[in-house]
Structure formats: C-alpha cells, structure tokens
Ligand binder design. Sequence first.
Ligand SMILES: Cc1cc2nc3c(=O)[nH]c(=O)nc-3n(C[C@H](O)[C@H](O)[C@H](O)COP(=O)(O)O)c2cc1C
Length: 171
Amino acid sequence: METWDAIRSRRDVRQFSERPIADAHLERVLDAGRRAPSAGNLQPWDFVVVRDRDQLQALAGVWQGAGHVAGAQAVIALVSSVPGDEMQRSILAFDLGQATMVMALAAADLGIASAHSAVEDQAKAQGVLAFPDGKFLAFMLSVGYPAGRPLAVIDRPDRRPYADVVHQGRW
Ligand SMILES: Cc1cc2nc3c(=O)[nH]c(=O)nc-3n(C[C@H](O)[C@H](O)[C@H](O)COP(=O)(O)O)c2cc1C
C-alpha cells in the first residue's frame, strides 16, 4: 500500500477475524515502533507481544475500553518506566503516541487493522505481563485482520473539517 493510502485507511477496528498474522508481518510492525523517534532518542519503551488467548482475555479486563483486546490476533503492550514528574509524563505520552502511530500505519500498510486501548488496572496488567516493579503498562495496541470490511481508503473521515483545523499564518 502507498503511505498516503495507509494513512487514509487506518481506523480503529474492534472486531477481528480469526486469520492469523504472519510472524514476519508482526515483526515488521514491531520494528516500525522500535524505529520511532523519541525525545533525546531515549526510546522509553518495551513492547510485550501477546498472542495467547487466555492472556489476551485477561488483558481485556484492565480497562473498560479494552474489550477489543480479547478477540485480537495479538496485542502490543507498550511498557515504560513510571515518569518522575509532569514534564517526563508529557514527553513520554508524546513518544509513546509516535511509536503507537507508526505501528498502526505499518500494520495498515499490510492490511492489518489495529485498535488503541488505555489501561487502568496496573496490578492486573503486571500480573499478566510480569513486567518489573517501576514499570507500567501505558497503552495497548490490538492488531488483527478486520472481521468486517477490509481496510480501504476512507474518503470522508469522521474528523473536523480541514478548514476548521488548519490555520494559515495566524490563528
Ligand atoms: C490516546 C488514545 C487512547 C485511546 N483509548 C482507547 C480505548 O481505551 N479503547 C478504545 O476502544 N479506543 C481507544 N482509542 C481509539 C479512539 O477512540 C479512536 O482513535 C477515535 O475514536 C477515532 O477513531 P478512528 O481512528 O477509527 O476514526 C484511543 C485513542 C487514543 C489516541
């Protein structure tokens, strides 16, 4: 897929088919995340890939909006060190957002859909993923082929109009 088509095709898909993702394709998605830029090139992330159905179902319970994880072919769990202050917290959010987005686009490029999930229950997340103390599960990205219509370019996205968002020169 062309980059511009991948950008326009990506959407959050929350129902996945049973078609497995090839290992090489999942590795490409993860490698895309690894290549993401970060403040000071600190790369403040570890990616825990979960494909086991029992683990996926358990992770679906870490947040009320995590239900899609249960039926995903895999979830990429973005684990970070707990930030020390507000500045670190906001930079971390930016870095993780970039890593997440580049993985979502690398997936879309392969026709693989994704969905974000926030995380609330850190104790449950640590129980499933066994990350060390001092780390936390920041976000999850479900991946899989869509159960319904495949990814395709969205001509009219559910977004604010271009002219409302883009300001030329001054506000
Ligand atoms: C930081 C962030 C957190 C999100 N958390 C969740 C979530 O917990 N559960 C969920 O189903 N979707 C979550 N989403 C997905 C958004 O709801 C989705 O991107 C938005 O509704 C636009 O949908 P679209 O990209 O398919 O057009 C999250 C997105 C972002 C960027």
